[in-house]
Design a protein around this ligand. Structure first.
Ligand code: 5RP
Length: 262
């Protein structure tokens, strides 16, 4: 089915014309321009990706085979008339496109603000080309906490103590002790308190200067399903939109190379 242009124009529900929103849209549109019909495309999660989906729909790429990293992205992708498949049915991806919470000058990313970090990392790793789309304020001189963690519910308190300097994301309207809540205590699986696979989401709040050794330590901690540090070798390039709007209303998009060759 061809993407529905009417729906495309409605997505996402724009809250305003703030500069950051313009930047997100510009980065997303620059990434959409790279995608060719028939590609197997991994789709990230978040408000920047929300601009990517209608930009793809506008291009009438009816032959795309999409893999979504969250129920929210899957629903939005299906609503635009695209075909969404399981990663295992598609196998290797031609391109994956996703946002990030922080991007440092070496190409390290912090991701997982939306709680979908594990799926996002799997999809990035499965893709020949991984393109990151961010507004300029995400490009930082040095990474800083929080670093999102996906944590298995079993023994979660012990796991978080082992990591140290962590905070469980809590639902203010939820039970007093989130660790004791039932697995299905959330109305929506799409929020940032649980991963799309039902695991807990916490944030590591300690030092992040040495991203490689922190990533190795987090990966080696039993019970940490995944962490939000993405190494430069996962990233093909980063599209960073920012600067003063041009006369035509557009904004500049800088391309920063990552460590993964296409
Ligand atoms: C979700 C993510 C997002 O890509 C990240 O949080 C950036 O989100 P946004 O585009 O809304 O700023 O990692 O798990």
């Amino acid at each position: 089915m061809a993407p529905d242009r009417a729906i495309a124009r409605q997505q996402p529900p724009l809250s305003g014309s703030s500069l950051v929103e313009q930047y997100k849209r510009a980065a997303a549109e620059a990434a959409a321009a790279i995608v060719r019909d028939g590609m197997r495309v991994g789709l990230g999660t978040g408000s920047t990706v929300a601009y990517l989906l209608p930009a793809l729909a506008e291009r009438n790429l009816s032959g795309l085979r999409c893999v979504a990293t969250s129920p929210a992205t899957e629903a939005a992708t299906l609503a635009l008339g695209f075909r969404v498949e399981e990663l295992d049915a598609v196998g290797e991806l031609d391109i994956a496109i996703d946002g990030a919470d922080q991007v440092d000058p070496r190409g390290w990313l912090v991701k997982g603000g939306g709680g979908a970090l594990t799926r996002e990392k799997i999809v990035a790793a499965a893709s020949r080309l991984f393109v990151v789309i961010v507004s300029a304020e995400k490009a930082v001189a040095a990474l800083s906490p929080p670093v999102p963690l996906e944590v298995l519910r079993f023994g979660a308190r012990r796991t978080l103590a082992e990591v140290g300097d962590t905070r469980l994301r809590r639902d203010p309207a939820g039970p007093d002790d989130d660790l004791k809540g039932p697995d299905d205590d959330l109305e929506s699986p799409d929020d940032d308190l649980r991963s799309p696979d039902g695991n807990l989401i916490a944030d590591y709040l300690g030092p992040v200067e040495d991203a490689a050794s922190l990533a190795a330590r987090l990966s080696a901690t039993p019970g940490v399903v995944e962490h939000g540090l993405f190494e430069p070798e996962l990233v093909s390039y980063i599209l960073i939109a920012g600067g003063a709007p041009r006369r035509d209303g557009g904004v500049g998009v800088e391309r920063r190379e990552g460590g993964k060759s296409g």
